[in-house]
Design a protein. Sequence first.
Length: 348
Amino acid sequence: MNVRPEKLKQVIVEILRGFGASEAEAEIVADNMVFADMRGVDTHGVHFLTLVADRVKAGMIRIPTPLSVIRDEGATGLIDGGDGLGQVAACRAMEMSIKKARQFGVGTVLVRNANNIGSLAFYTLLAARNGMVGIVSTNGAPSISPWGGTEPFFGTNPISIAVPVDSGNPVVLDMSASVVARGKIRKAERMKEAIPLGWATDETGTPTTDPAAAMKGTLLPIGGPKGYGMAFMADVMAGLLSGSQFGPAVKTFHQPLGPTGVGVFTMAIDIGRFMPLEQFKGLIQTHTSSIRASKKAHGVERIYLPGEIEAEKEKKSRAEGIPLDAAVTERLSQLLKEVKSNLCLSGD
């Protein structure tokens, strides 16, 4: 089924409101999920709503989200996410970072005791569209071993950086420290599909194409020891520095094992403190044009910028709707019934 983004957002908000969320926080979470689905990152999209539902039923997530600002000093801040909706805490942190950057040139706000925050590009693009460089990183449940080990220790610990351009979409990097996000392994397991060799290892450290074996083993880091180093430092910045959980102490959001203890790092940099914003945008525009025009390898028709493929998928989704598989639509319909809503995915 293809669902209009506006309709999908309405459904998500309705379900979250049924869980006790405020209108404002329900819209933040819905915007993040729809954004991910439109860009083809369905591992962070509406599928995650079913996990929220499971945690609500288990009494392991706090809704409404009881955010509290622990520190607000100059260019820095610290938020406690209260074990609520992670997207709400991360959005608040980035909004604070942007406000601080306008005043001080740079703003850095960390979050402790959050949950999964969904698509990181959602937050860094918020900064880029405000004329700033946006940086976000977060830690997660163990899925990558230290280089040379076989035991899951670090999360995929992604990082996103976005910059504005003179025209068109901002350029945005959004990547994990692993070759792929663990959500793709989970999806392959649900769909009973093999995974490519080079994505993960089993419990013995042997490369595997079996997603079930991969879930018991570890994901492979990008660039070997380089990806391991990236996961380590993301854990330090998002987990240790924020006073949240880190390393193996972070719990998965996919099973009701207790508070996840996710930490989040957000930063905004005011470009205008270094050069006029329009000058920077023009330089980026010239730079990206040169990249696109550079010599291509045999068989390559186009060189893409970071985030450009996802942006084109988003444009297509806005025009044609977001494709949702039968299992997801069925689960959403079930959740609508559980919250006693008269809404349905089909129709206007």
